[in-house]
Write a protein that binds this ligand. Structure first.
Ligand code: ZN
Length: 56
């Protein structure tokens, strides 16, 4: 099989923890494509808390 990132032949025999990529670098590149724009991290910063009226 070939690496989907760099198109280099990937050795499927033996243990390759980065399959289907040839190595860690290409795996990170693919991950970067995922994180580029598609995956939006919500802004969870506690800027202003909603002021709830207290019953007394
Ligand atoms: Zn590769």
């Amino acid at each position: 099989m070939k690496c989907p990132i760099c198109k280099k032949p990937v050795a499927v025999r033996g243990k390759n923890p980065f399959l289907p990529f040839c190595g860690e670098r290409c795996k990170l590149v693919d991950l970067g494509k995922w994180l580029d724009g598609k995956y939006v991290i919500p802004d969870d910063s506690p800027t202003s808390m909603p002021d709830e009226p207290k019953e007394g």
